[in-house]
Each structure stands twice: as structure tokens, then as C-alpha cells.
Design a protein around this ligand. Structure first.
Ligand SMILES: [Zn+2]
Length: 254
């Protein structure tokens, strides 16, 4: 991989950027840093209960709260935790996100005021493909317009979250028409077309967890978490007529 990057770097010196893109398309994945997706991790972990485990121990191990673990797994009596049971561990917890959503070293966090939710309006996708589209077709030099992408199992794992370089470098988004909002709004894109289909359950779960984390991190109230079409002055149907904005808003922080 290091060798490949070195070769690519040398090629870049002598060939135009478009050549590099086609080369990377031909050789397949591996060029994540070039395309902007710095990190990628599952939205939900599964844990099988072992002998001697307690809810507190498991919660402590994964940095989630006992209440959150019980809520997500619908556990009413924590003392009845059976060995072998599979538990869902979501990323609702702040520390878990804080560990995975690091920005690049020496990059200062921006003072984000809004979170704007989009759908990709495509059936499949991931940050690499969106980056290509935004860079090459829409001529955005900073590449992928969103800060985060949440996969639907087609092109990116169901509920998986990818970080765009606009997040890791804390750059303004390019996801709404008006730059006064791009400068202060984080953009999250769910892969899929919500004019035709609902987002998947895992996508919604990851979205809620991610939004809650970002709300805490940047003190963003519920009223500033908007679907793209709700941003004043934008003319769009995004994130699609089936997108459950109201239900999502009821599950995020006030
Ligand atoms: Zn949109």
C-alpha cells in the first residue's frame, strides 16, 4: 500500500489529476485518503454475553452507560442477563464517538451551529463515489460535500459511518446552496433515495447516535437539526418525502 501511494504520488507529479483518478478507479479501493474517507467503522457492535458478565461490566468495557445498554436491548431486569445472549452496543455514547471521530492533528474544531440531513437520492453509494461526483462532475475542489455518510448496505455497510475530509479537516460543507449555511452546518448524507424507500433501521439508529453526539459536542439544539428542505431559502425535496424527520427529531436531544 505504501509502495502504491508512492507510485501514485510520483505519477501525480508527471500526469494530470484525472489520470490518477482513473488509475485508482481501475485498481479499486485503497485510495481512501485521496478520496476523503479517512475512517470507517460499524454503526452497531454485537456482543455475546459471557459467563460472569454483568450489564455494568459490559457497559464499562465499551464506554456506554448501563441505561443506554438496557434501553437499546429492551432489558427490564438487568439481573436476568443470560449467558450467550447477543447485545447491541450502539455508538450513543459520547466517548465512543469522540474516539472514532477524531479530526486530523493540529486541526481546530469549527464552531458548528446546524446539522443538515440529506439523502443521496441514489440507490447505492459511499464517500468515495460521492467524492468523485462532487470533485469531478460538480467541480468542487474540496471533494465530497458532506461531512459524514451513513451506508445502507449497498456500496457501504448498513448503518456504517464514513468520515469525509471536510470533517477531518474541519472545512465548510458544500451540501446546501447557500454558503452562509455551508460555513456553519455539518452535513450528513444517508445513502438511498427516500422519495422511493425508507432509510434502513440501522441507518436511522446510526444517524440518531451521530446527531446526539454532535449536538453534545457543539451545543446544537434540536431546532437546528434540519432536513435539507427545511433550511430557509433552499429549494429541494431532500432528504425525500418518506424520510422520517419528525420521528428522528423526537429521539435526539432537546
Ligand atoms: Zn440535500
Amino acid at each position: 500500500m505504501v509502495c502504491l501511494l508512492l507510485v501514485c504520488r510520483l505519477m501525480k507529479k508527471f500526469f494530470p489529476a484525472s489520470f490518477l483518478f482513473y488509475l485508482l478507479l481501475v485498481i479499486g479501493p485503497g485510495g481512501d485518503q485521496v478520496f476523503g474517507a479517512a475512517k470507517h467503522f460499524p454503526g452497531v457492535l454485537t456482543y455475546r454475553v459471557r459467563k460472569g458478565d454483568s450489564l455494568w461490566l459490559i457497559a464499562h468495557r465499551y464506554g456506554v452507560t448501563v441505561e443506554e445498554l438496557a434501553r437499546v436491548n429492551k432489558i427490564e431486569d438487568p439481573s436476568l442477563l443470560r449467558e450467550g445472549r447477543e447485545l447491541r452496543i450502539t455508538m450513543a455514547n459520547y466517548d465512543y464517538f469522540d474516539k472514532h471521530l477524531q479530526v486530523k492533528p493540529k486541526v481546530k474544531l469549527r464552531d458548528w451551529k446546524y446539522i443538515v440531513i440529506h439523502h443521496s437520492a441514489t440507490d447505492t453509494g459511499n464517500s468515495k463515489r460521492f467524492d468523485y461526483f462532487h470533485r469531478k462532475i460538480r467541480h468542487m475542489p474540496r471533494g465530497m460535500a458532506y461531512h459524514f455518510v451513513i451506508g445502507n448496505g449497498k456500496g457501504l455497510g448498513d448503518g456504517d459511518i464514513e468520515l469525509g475530509s471536510r470533517w477531518t479537516l474541519q472545512q465548510p460543507g458544500g451540501h446546501v446552496r447557500q454558503n452562509k449555511y455551508n460555513n456553519i452546518a455539518l452535513g450528513i448524507c444517508l445513502v438511498g433515495n427516500s422519495e422511493k424507500n425508507l432509510p434502513t433501521k440501522k441507518q436511522i439508529a446510526s444517524l440518531i447516535d451521530l446527531v446526539r453526539y454532535l449536538q453534545l459536542k457543539f451545543s446544537i439544539p434540536r431546532g437546528r437539526v434540519l432536513g435539507h428542505r427545511e433550511v430557509p431559502g433552499e429549494r429541494t425535496k431532500c432528504p425525500g418525502r418518506l424520510f422520517p424527520l419528525r420521528s428522528i427529531r423526537s429521539k435526539i436531544l432537546p
